[in-house]
Write a protein that binds this ligand. Sequence first.
Ligand SMILES: Cc1ncc(COP(=O)(O)O)c(C=O)c1O
Length: 467
Amino acid sequence: MSLNLSLSIDAQSRETLAVQLRNAFRTQIEEGALRPGTRVPSSRQLAADLGVSRSVVVEAYEQLCAEGYLVSQHGSGTSVATAARTDLGSALTPDDRAPAAALCDLRTGGLHDSTFPRQDWIRAVSAVVTSAGRRELGYAPPSGLPVVRHTLAGYLGRVRGVRTRPEHLMITSGFAQGLALLCRELRDRGHDTLGVEDPGHPGEWEFIAEAGLRPVGIPVDGEGIRVDALAASGVRAALVTPASQFPTGATLSAQRRAHLVAWAEEVDGYVIEDDFDAALVAPAQRMPALQSLAPDRVIYAGSASKVLAPALRLGWLAIPPGLTARVERVRAGWDIGCSGLEQLAFARLIDTGAFDRHLRRLGADVQKRRQAVQQFVTRHLPDVTVLGRNGGLQAYLVLPARCAEEAMVQAARRRSVLIRGGRFYALRADDRPPALVLGYAGVRGPELGRGLAGIAAAYRETTGRGG
Ligand SMILES: Cc1ncc(COP(=O)(O)O)c(C=O)c1O
């Protein structure tokens, strides 16, 4: 293959070689340097050109194929997709938009836009704007309006058992900003690593690396993060999703919770609790926030992105009292706070009870979808196991060992169903079983049915089984 690519990768970088390579391709495709239809070098050729192992290139190509940037065809190699995406969204939602031709996008992302409570939001904004005076239209304090923090402290205590006070809450521009602030604070405290769940969220790992910490993958199992592995890793801070592990959906067990906070105490470290979709966990399985066990060691983080809409850019941190002033100082140097009007509208949504009603409706809808996926798998995908049945906006489907994960992803794609394999969410290459991660909340109900049918057909094609 004679095509020369101007790609450079840096062996000293905190990012893995595969991530660097994937990012380099994405940039070139998005900027138009690599045109749709352009053939890219074979993995063998590119590995030789760059002086890296072939598995690095294979991994990068597989992710780019799963994301719709590249297409790989038997016999004719790999080329830039004709419908390759040209925008990426935020760092935490790296690729949640479908190519125009896609029938059904079951990649993890978020909620379908029909779930946004438009009338409630319009009423809340209208009430806030109608009565806004000089104070409401002026600069809000960087950490958020006191009246909003007061409402939020009450809400988080009532719904999640969070033990905090308004003065230790900070309203952030989504969880992304909260995470960036915390990474900065950890770095200032001498940390250079952050333990992260593996599998987990690749967008977050990139984000953490950009914020100057090296993400260290810690395995998870049916009870959530393995605290024994965390303790052995040498890190002194960890980012976890205890309510519903992303993407396996496991709830962190009571015993693990106790071990996790004991570990944080022992290493004089911190746990960041990402509670972004706890409201959608089945009520019977919902446990109080981890933070309630150790408000001095657990930094609680929430977000409106997965319960309302990412466009609001609304998130919040409940910060241990000993850290609040320092995090506030860092924040003050970054921006002058979030939109006061939006904060007030959100608080009004809570105060009027509209938010609770919305979450009840949304939770019931999400659970119905989860059950539909489970029933479908039981009927049509023999030998497939669904992990974490109680939470999350995605189902982690463990495939039988004989099933080639990437072949399944590609077979689904040929049926215009976009889905990712488990490897996309893995930080360390290991020998975990093949899997699919099915985001079921971003499409309308009938579309979900069509997507599932496409997956069943892909399963039959790749395994020669299924009904
Ligand atoms: C694991 C996880 N945590 C948190 C968030 C919310 O991030 P933000 O509030 O910045 O939109 C997301 C959104 O994609 C997520 O996937």
